[in-house]
Design a binder for this molecule. Structure first.
Ligand SMILES: [Zn+2]
Length: 66
């Protein structure tokens, strides 16, 4: 499943709790990146710190990205 070509840094999205890897577009802000996507960032703004009734959709998993 996980074909690791490179040793890219990884983080856990604080919104959806999924693991995501470093991307080129984050190279300057990686320290500040907390979300796997803009979508999660926005979703998190609504919900506060606690895990509420966040609608977690598992339908969108972008795992085949080479
Ligand atoms: Zn996320």
């Amino acid at each position: 499943m996980t074909h690791k070509k490179q040793n890219l840094p990884e983080k856990i999205c604080v919104s959806c709790r999924r693991q995501f890897v470093w991307r080129k577009k984050w190279e300057r802000v990686w320290d500040e990146v907390k979300y796997c996507s803009d979508r999660c960032r926005r979703a998190k703004k609504k919900a506060k710190t606690e895990v509420g009734e966040s609608a977690v959709d598992n339908s969108i998993v972008n795992e085949s990205e080479r």
